[in-house]
Every structure is written in C-alpha cells, then in structure tokens.
Design a protein. Structure first.
Length: 212
C-alpha cells in the first residue's frame, strides 16, 4: 500500500488545495447562508460523493493508463498545472465573487434534492478533476503494487479532509451570516488569497513529479 511519507505528503497537498475557496466551497457557503446548517452539511455529503466518484473513475481506468504512460502523465500534469494557474488568476481577478453567496433566495429544497445538487457540483468541479487526473497518480508507489487500491485510499484521504474542511466552511457561514453580511470585503480577501495559493500550487505541480 501507500508508504506513510507519501500518504502524509498527499494529505498536506490535498489540504492546501481543499482550503482554497473554489466552486464546491462557494456552493456550500451559498447553501449555508441561504438555508442554514442542515442544508450545508447535506451539500457537503453530496459534494464528497461526487468527488469520490471521480476517484473511482481514475482508479479503475484513467489512473492506470496515466500511471503507465510517461507522455500522457506529463501532458496531463502540465495541462493540470496550467489550469490551476488559470483558476488562480481568475480567482484573484474576481475575488469579489464570493459576495454572490449572499443572494440565495427561494423555497427550501428537500434533503434529497440538496444532496444531488451537491453531488453534481462535486462531480463537475474542474479543480478536483484536474487534481485527481494529474496529481493523484504521482503519489502511487508502483513498487508496492495494488495501484488501484492505492488510488482509492489516497482518494479517500482527500475526501475525508474535504468533508472536514467544507463542513467547517458551511457551519461557519451558517452561524456567522450576520458577521459576513456586515463586512463582505472579508470574503473578497479570502478569494484573493486563495487565488494566489492556487497559482503557487499550479507552479508546484508543473515543477514536480515523476522523472522516469
């Protein structure tokens, strides 16, 4: 299975990516501010289920192909790095977009609908797709075998961290909605810092990885 040092390195890198406000976090915050704690947590569960579906897809197909092909791996890695930098630049330029999370209105949807909405966001999140396709295979130890199991385990680690972090975002937004409403610029600062961090992550992904 995955060695402890690789597992810890992957967990640290996952945490860096997860804490950066992206489409999933914005969606959770929007649900929390508009619907409250329960909707936020159900959204997080749905979002995580969608993200893990991507892990399974990579582990059972794309991950194996990428892991065996240096050329394909390099192409995906560089494309992923470029896209992460693009997302970071866009997040910096549009750092005030988090304010839109306060505009959610309308009738309260049921738990099932809230779950599937979160699922759709999780499975279509471009940041997560790039991360799983281009970064996840880098942490597999081929000498230990069981590549599929390693990918599934790493993906599980990512999603456990995501559940914890996204839940904190959702609960904080639900309990502090009045505080955020009095100073929406605070969210703009978070978006700007997240953009810079994402740019740094993209550069790191491009500069590291397999050499074989």
């Amino acid at each position: 299975m995955v060695s402890p040092d690789r597992l810890l390195a992957f967990a640290a890198l996952s945490l860096v990516l997860i804490v950066i406000p992206g489409p999933s976090v914005l969606f959770v915050i929007g649900r929390a501010l508009a619907r409250g704690r329960r909707a936020a947590l159900v959204t997080v569960v749905g979002n995580t289920a969608g993200a893990y579906l991507l892990v399974v897809a990579v582990a059972l197909g794309v991950g194996t192909v990428v892991e065996r092909s240096v050329l394909l791996f390099t192409v995906l890695k560089l494309a992923g790095a470029a896209y992460l930098v693009h997302l970071g630049v866009r997040a910096w330029r549009e750092r005030g977009a988090l304010r839109a999370a306060f505009t959610g209105d309308g009738p309260t949807p049921g738990g099932r609908r809230t779950f599937w909405e979160g699922f759709a966001v999780g499975v279509a999140n471009p940041k997560t797709i790039v991360f799983f396709a281009a970064v996840l295979p880098q942490f597999v130890d081929r000498d230990r075998g069981h590549v599929t199991a390693q990918l599934l385990l790493l993906g599980l680690v990512f999603n456990v961290i995501a559940v914890a972090c996204d839940s904190v975002w959702g609960l904080a937004a639900a309990t502090a909605r009045d505080w955020f409403a009095r100073s929406p610029r605070r969210l703009s600062l978070v978006g700007g810092a997240g953009g810079l961090a994402m740019i740094g992550l993209g550069v790191t992904v491009a500069a590291t990885g397999r050499k074989d």
